[in-house]
Design a protein around this ligand. Structure first.
Ligand code: PLP
Length: 442
């Protein structure tokens, strides 16, 4: 049993994975928080490091037999410290949300005030949304973006900070297409005596590569995921100055976690090494160029990106003048092989389930090797689908479209190809030119 292959041991799950591989191969991954991890990262995640408890930290474990785990975790820590030029890093934290939970736990008392960007303007649910622990255990207050420019209004952040007197200010977002000025945030935090935390879950790869200003010198704590632009395993880290080290480590374990996922720590070590390469810096620069090219292509087709464009890996496209919701647009795009997510835009008049925006991004497409030329083409396809996709049979999910066409059942009639299935075919051809994972088992 121990030595059965995956396919032998569980053909059902294996088959679902094969389907998923086909989906990842033949569609465009436009969700800016997603990426393709390298084979080395995935091998580490699926390795024998999963077999051991290593509660505690290197040199101070609660279980025997951890000598290799100490070596492994120290290596991950050293690489992360080098990559981010930080004094201390915790590499055990399981997810971005848990990183924020552990960070708050390290810095705050129950009921303390947090000032962060609200979720409906681009913040994350762990920044004080009322259905999240962060909105229940702490007292959330929010700053917003300028109603005209949709940029962070630092004067308003300062005003809010003076009014609220928060213990903690959080800088960072999930849907903000522009540079964040951590230095100004530091000045604001100092002015009101607050701690400053940056949550760079989205932009971490850009930061590591020097393509976005570095928060580390200005912040008490910096939290991040490792699976988004950093292109590592699904997981997270917390960076801080030495004076915070003990509280952060205690915040993670025993604060909010027990046994670390050491196979994920191994994969983080691999991803930090990858991120130190010259190729990675070039990759991050190309993500931005690609995103700007995609934005340009969409602007030419009459779309309005929030803030007029992007400095980073994502665009927030305002559909409020298009007579289509973000949900409808994302469904049409998916039917055409472009997997994108709906997103609220600042001051959105629609609900979070409908939304007036989509949030396309380029980290995964750039990993595939696509460049400006392909982005330009993808922008044209997106425009065609959003503008005209509903005129055809396209409101059906794509497999229903395929079935309907195969049956000759569609109202467009046999032989007549819908716009959606034509574009889906063109997308698949493009994907075939930029292959990912050649097979599952090598
Ligand atoms: C993605 C994200 C997180 C949470 O990451 P999970 O690993 O999904 O818990 C936290 N903060 C921000 C800003 C994010 O974008």
């Amino acid at each position: 049993m121990l030595n059965h292959t995956f396919a032998q041991a569980d053909p059902q799950v294996y088959q679902i994975m094969e389907q998923e591989l086909e989906r990842q191969r033949s569609t465009l991954m436009l969700i800016p928080s997603e990426n393709y991890a390298s084979r080395a990262v995935m091998s580490a995640m699926g390795s024998i490091f999963t077999n051991k408890y290593a509660e505690g930290y290197p040199g101070a474990r609660y279980y025997n037999g951890c000598e290799n785990y100490d070596q492994l975790e120290n290596l991950a820590i050293e690489r992360a410290k080098e990559l981010f030029h930080c004094e201390h890093v915790n590499v055990q934290v399981h997810t971005g949300s848990q990183a924020n939970m552990a960070a708050y736990y390290a810095m705050l008392k129950l009921g303390d005030k947090i000032l962060a960007m609200s979720v409906d303007q681009g913040g994350h649910l762990t920044h004080g949304k009322k259905q999240n622990f962060s909105g229940q255990f702490y007292e959330p207050h929010f700053y917003s973006v300028d109603p005209e420019t949709h940029l962070i209004d630092y004067d308003q952040v300062l005003e809010k900070a003076k009014e609220v007197r928060p213990q903690l200010i959080v800088a960072g977002a999930s849907a903000y297409p522009r540079i964040i000025d951590f230095q100004i945030f530091r000045e604001i935090a100092d002015e009101v005596g607050a701690y400053l935390m940056a949550d760079i879950a989205h932009i971490v790869g850009l930061v590591a590569a020097g393509s976005h200003p570095d928060p580390v010198p200005y912040c008490d704590l910096v939290t991040s995921t490792t699976h988004k632009t950093l292109r590592g395993p699904r997981g997270a880290i917390i960076m801080c100055k030495q004076e915070w080290a003990e509280r952060v480590d205690q915040g993670v374990f025993p604060g909010v976690q027990a046994g670390p996922l050491m196979q994920i720590v191994a994969a983080k070590a691999v991803c930090f090494k990858e991120a130190q390469s010259f190729g990675f810096r070039e990759y991050q620069r190309q993500i931005i160029r690609n995103c700007q090219a995609l934005g340009q292509s969409l602007i030419e087709e009459g779309f309005e990106p929030v803030t007029g464009g992007t400095d980073n890996h994502l665009l927030l496209i305002d559909l409020s003048n298009k007579n289509i919701t973000g949900q409808e647009a994302a469904d049409l795009l998916e039917a055409a092989g472009m997997v994108c997510n709906k997103n609220l835009i600042p001051y959105d008049k629609r609900s979070p389930t409908e939304t007036s925006g989509i949030r396309p991004g380029t980290p995964a497409l750039t990993t595939r090797g696509m460049r400006e030329e392909q982005m330009y083409q993808i922008g044209k396809w997106m425009a065609e689908v959003i503008h005209h996709g509903r005129d055809t049979q396209a409101t059906m999910p794509f497999d229903a479209v395929d079935r309907a066409s195969a049956d000759g059942n569609s109202h467009k009639g046999r032989g007549e190809e819908s716009l959606i299935s034509r574009i889906r075919g063109e997308v698949a051809d493009l994907c075939a030119q930029f292959p990912i994972y050649l097979d599952l088992d090598d």
